[in-house]
Design a protein around this ligand. Structure first.
Ligand code: ZN
Ligand code: ZN
Length: 123
């Protein structure tokens, strides 16, 4: 179960809703990053469990060849996990670094306060 918290800077008022580090749910994983160009915190998706191909479901009138299915489908329950390098959602050219609490406000450099209760739970 992943958790998103509200982080707040009491000097400049900047707020961000991020996990505050690496976090993972059932279907994907995120890492909090700070972009030096945007001066923003982001939740970057670092891992995503791919869905099985819908064409391999039971709706086809003719069954696909066994070899074709083997080539296309991962073993049951072992869907491939796609991994990504954390990147700024605004531009891949932006300079980002991993941000793990306690860490500093991207706008003014003060340490940010973490709100105690999760803002949102996600799967
Ligand atoms: Zn950026
Ligand atoms: Zn600040």
């Amino acid at each position: 179960m992943g958790r998103t918290y509200l982080f707040e800077c009491f000097r400049c008022g900047y707020r961000a809703r991020v996990s505050g580090g690496a976090d993972a749910g059932e279907h994907f994983a995120v890492q909090t990053i700070v972009c030096a160009d945007c001066k923003e915190l982001y939740a970057a998706v670092t891992e995503f469990k791919a869905m099985a191909s819908p064409a391999a479901g039971g709706s086809n009138k003719t069954a696909p060849g066994f070899a074709a299915v083997l080539n296309r489908l991962p073993p049951r329950g072992a869907r491939p996990r796609l991994k990504f390098k954390p990147a700024c959602p605004a531009s891949l050219l932006h300079r980002v670094r991993v941000w793990n609490r306690p860490d500093k406000c991207p706008k003014c450099g003060m340490f940010m306060e973490q709100n105690g209760l999760p803002f949102r739970l996600w799967d």
